[in-house]
Design a protein around this ligand. Sequence first.
Ligand SMILES: [Zn+2]
Length: 379
Amino acid sequence: MNAVTYELIKTCKQTGARLGRVHTPHGSFETPVFMPVGTLATVKTMSPEELKEIGAHMILSNTYHLWLRPGEDIVKEAGGLHQFMNWDGSILTDSGGFQVFSLSDLRDIEEAGVHFRNHISGEKLFLSPEKAMEIQNALGADIMMAFDECPPYPAEHKYMKDSVERTSRWAERCLTAHQRAHDQGLFGIVQGGEYEDLRRQSAKDLTSLDFPGYAIGGLSVGEPKDVMNRVLEFTTPLLPDSKPRYLMGVGSPDSLIDGSIRGIDMFDCVLPTRIARNGTCMTSNGRLVVRNAKFALDFSPLDPNCDCHTCQNYSRAYIRHLIKADETFGLRLTTYHNLYFLVKLMEQVREAIKADRLGDFREEFFEQYGFNKPNAKNF
Ligand SMILES: [Zn+2]
């Protein structure tokens, strides 16, 4: 029996989007779902109690960052990540691969793994499939990810082919090294960039290894939205219906809806929390930069259609003042709202799938948010 299982409840007759349920050792939740990112075992500025209140069921933490600080041994000694951070919901850890490839300029990829420098101290480090499994087994998340290479966009076909083949060999080594299959589900990551033949090859290699779930990696790395949508269109049908599908690093409202329409069940992204700390909010009427001077005397809520704690109690003028004055409470209020907004958006997506009208919901949402306007921003 796998530690993580998926139940398909229904597909939307209008779009083919999936309504499902993921079961993990720390609870079950309906999908499609958005997972807030807690890089260093904390979703920046939010307490686990607040995350619960918002309605988050699963959060993501980063293996690379926790490996460097405080070190997986300390987390293990605390009783694992759930105990350490006092979060009894589900947790997913990534493999560290993405950070190694994105944060470090000095790296050397070989069959055994990757040599690189610690982005904080400059110290030489080595990460391999076996090491990524050892760290993630010590952290003890419900879902862990296979160690992969995430090439930049664009990458040449020849480079991508070699990379996909190595990622498949690494995935097999991850399965062998994984010590806790009974209580941690290991997901494989389909790579291949924009190339259909390579996505096909990657999906074939990985599904033959029978992981309990599959991620689609290598998207949201700078490619245009239509490229992402096209890749999803030919990739999700290559994955088994009986396993969850996770699109890594995607969290703008339009992409959450468009990804769900293309059969994705799980999403994560730093976008809502990162822009919140910069004074930018997602609202039902589009993007709102609350730092702007025009809100100095605006005593209305961030989003008049939102019933979150922030919108029920605090005004744009007050939040603008806090952020301008570098008061951390301002960042808590915007972060709370943005996460609530995306959690609610996914609830609406699931309701629309139940009613077989996700296509109509997409049209209504895009119209109100302003995605249909020329020069519309992505979030
Ligand atoms: Zn709100």
